[in-house]
Ligand binder design. Structure first.
Ligand code: FPP
Ligand code: MG
Length: 297
């Protein structure tokens, strides 16, 4: 089924022109979490593959733009399109992918079309918040959650709710599952930026703080530090880190329990996600949660 999604994505982009197609083929595929979700929530629905392809094209577009915004030069272990080509190419390929996705979305029910379209508006608002919050140390937990909800969870929430609608299942319950899965997913992403290594991640480690992103583990860490260490952390903000400084952050993150506390919260959100759809008894969706929390990249 996932192969059908890949084929349809390629078919959609090929409909545009050969140049778009050849650029698209250079993008590594990624985890396809959103597509898997659709296929697991609505395996029997005739429109599942289409919805999965549309959502993945939107997600791919958002990452093309995100790498331009973050000035990132790698994505999934290889140079990003903005690095191999230029920012103009990455922005326009992103525009092609998401406008083509929207074109195909018009064939869906108004409920699904509006859910996905509204999610993309929020996604963009979330990215704008991320840009805003990256200008200075942002230690407010509520603002962090509002931003990651919009930037990451909203599209996963809309995908799950839409897939449920296609399958005639309770849309709100699956939306809640998707929302909590999305929040947990972003927290784990933020933890891995600190605990993982660049080979597994496919991008440099400790990149978030350097890009100006004060993620949840940093918010928790700051609270536990004494004045001297707080000053030290503030000085490392947005800085190209020396080996010793990177080590200091990694050590403090473990010692203070900031990493553990963040993982515990992601696990709690994972439990809440499963509670929302408990009556569905869908083991595949339980596995999505455990795999996501235990992942290494
Ligand atoms: C990755 O965040 C970015 C996102 C999940 C969303 C990006 C959204 C936009 C650019 C809005 C525009 C939308 C469209 C459809 C064109 P990150 O930088 O924290 O993660 P990373 O480490 O994977 O880059
Ligand atoms: Mg980024």
């Amino acid at each position: 089924m996932l192969e059908n999604v890949e084929s349809l994505m390629l078919e959609y982009v090929s409909d545009v022109d050969t140049h778009a197609r050849s650029l698209y083929e250079k993008i590594p595929k990624g985890k396809r979490l959103r597509a898997k979700l659709v296929l697991k929530i609505a395996p029997e629905a005739s429109e599942s593959v289409k919805l999965a392809a549309i959502v993945e094209l939107i997600h791919a577009a958002s990452l093309l733009h995100d790498d331009v915004i973050d000035e990132a030069t790698t994505r999934r272990g290889i140079p990003s399109i903005n690095a191999t080509h230029d920012s103009k190419t990455a922005v326009m390929l992103g525009d092609i992918l998401y406008s083509k996705a929207f074109c195909e979305l018009t064939a869906f029910s108004p409920f699904v079309a509006r859910k996905i379209a509204d999610a993309v508006t929020k996604l963009s608002a979330g990215e704008l918040l991320d840009v805003e919050y990256s200008k200075a140390l942002q230690l407010n937990e509520e603002k962090y959650f509002d931003m990651i909800y919009k930037k990451t969870a909203v599209l996963i929430e809309a995908t799950a709710a839409s897939a449920a609608a296609l399958a005639g299942k309770e849309s709100a319950a699956f939306g809640l599952y998707g929302k909590n899965l999305g929040l947990a997913f972003q927290i784990i992403d933020d933890v891995l930026d600190i605990t993982s290594d660049s080979e597994k991640l496919g991008k440099p480690v400790l990149a978030d703080f350097k890009e100006g992103k004060t993620t949840l583990p940093y918010i928790y860490l700051y609270r536990t530090l004494n004045d001297a260490d707080r000053q030290k952390l503030i000085q490392l903000y947005r800085k190209e880190l020396e080996t010793g400084e990177a080590l200091w952050i990694k050590q403090k993150m473990q010692e203070s329990g900031a990493v553990m506390k963040s993982i515990a919260l992601a696990q709690e959100l994972g439990r809440e996600a499963l509670d929302a759809i408990a009556s569905d008894k869908n083991h595949a969706l339980e596995k999505v949660i455990t795999d996501m929390i235990e992942r290494e990249f």
